[in-house]
Design a protein around this ligand. Sequence first.
Ligand code: SF4
Ligand code: SF4
Length: 421
Amino acid sequence: MTDLSVAAQHMPEHTAQSGIGPPLWLLAELTYRCPLHCAFCYNPVNYTDQQSELDTAQWLRVLREARALGAAQLGFSGGEPLLRDDLEELVAEARQLGFYTNLITSGVGLTDKRLGVLKDNGLDHIQLSFQDSTQQLNDFLSSTRTFDLKNRVARSIKAHGFPMVLNCVLHRYNLPHVDKIIDMALAMGAEYLELANTQYYGWAHTNRAQLMPTEEQLREAEAVVERYRKEIGNRCKIFFVVPDYFETRPKRCMNGWGSVFLGVAPDGAALPCHSARSLPGLTFPNVRDMSIADIWHKSDAFNRFRGFDWMKEPCRSCEEKTLDLGGCRCQAYLLTQDPANADPVCDKSPHHESVVRVVREAAQRGAGGGVALAPDEQPVIFRNDANSRKLSGQISGQISGQPNTPTPAATDKTSDQGARR
Ligand code: SF4
Ligand code: SF4
């Protein structure tokens, strides 16, 4: 939500000389711990493999080095970043360094006292997630009883004078509620509403069959958004993040690998995108061992998919390659097992049928109704430690050469039972 072109004008000299721009956007994933258990969580399904977390001094060094390199926008994320009791100290340092800061939170733990300290320490804005406009679906999808709490937190955020982004991930279950979700955001006084159609990585990929909407649901929701945009003007800016499975060209993922985005995972692994850890054959540098400047400019992982030399056909000779840069490397790997392939969302990809088939199956399944499962439907697999450990074992099997696609049958199918708070 800040003008990154301003930061580009102040690019450090060594960055300008290398021809690689600075990491304008730093995402500090402070912890993978989270009180919620979202079915679409973007954290790695094997997050339990990475239990260690950077300490406060290490995070402070990351902030200083990234800012010196030209980073301008800083997101504090997770998991739930409020589970770190040094969040306030990190926010204060970020303000002192001149970052524009954003707290990305479920709201759990955001007390009035903490809001006051965060305000005093210079936090610029807060992104609060909701799973739906109804208590039933919000609580089902997060496998927690948090709807009422989130409503209270939204009021407190506004009472403390923060600009607020309401974020809601969209999918088959809640797309029919888009009008109610917008009404909720307006009633709360949110300045921005991000309606983010599910991107199928992490836990969302595991639950893809359950979450994938029909094309009809999507088009209806888009029409509702357009109608509201005309009616409400600038009262609340609505972003509608397009679901790329329904497109014929891929997204320009992260604006290019190693182009503007630098993510740091809780254990210090530096990532060119949230999901990059799922890619085989890449060793991601760790901020404990390397400076941010060396990670950004010299590491193999950040250089691997920069430019065009890594591309295979049809991208290599495609006249559109400067527009989308071949799409998303993680999606190419997830759907074709080769991260250097064209993103199969593209209808020029020989693997495009893998995307079409998923959309076709969603159409056959239909819109479904509420949280009730059809008799032949797999239950949703919620993000929790037990499921993560099971899925992690299967991923290890795949990497060591034993094909073993994670299947719902091998995971905790007790839906939201036993995980409520
Ligand atoms: S998506 Fe849900 S479970 Fe995942 S980090 Fe965010 S709030 Fe926690
Ligand atoms: S072939 Fe590759 S570069 Fe061309 S449009 Fe498709 S994804 Fe983009």
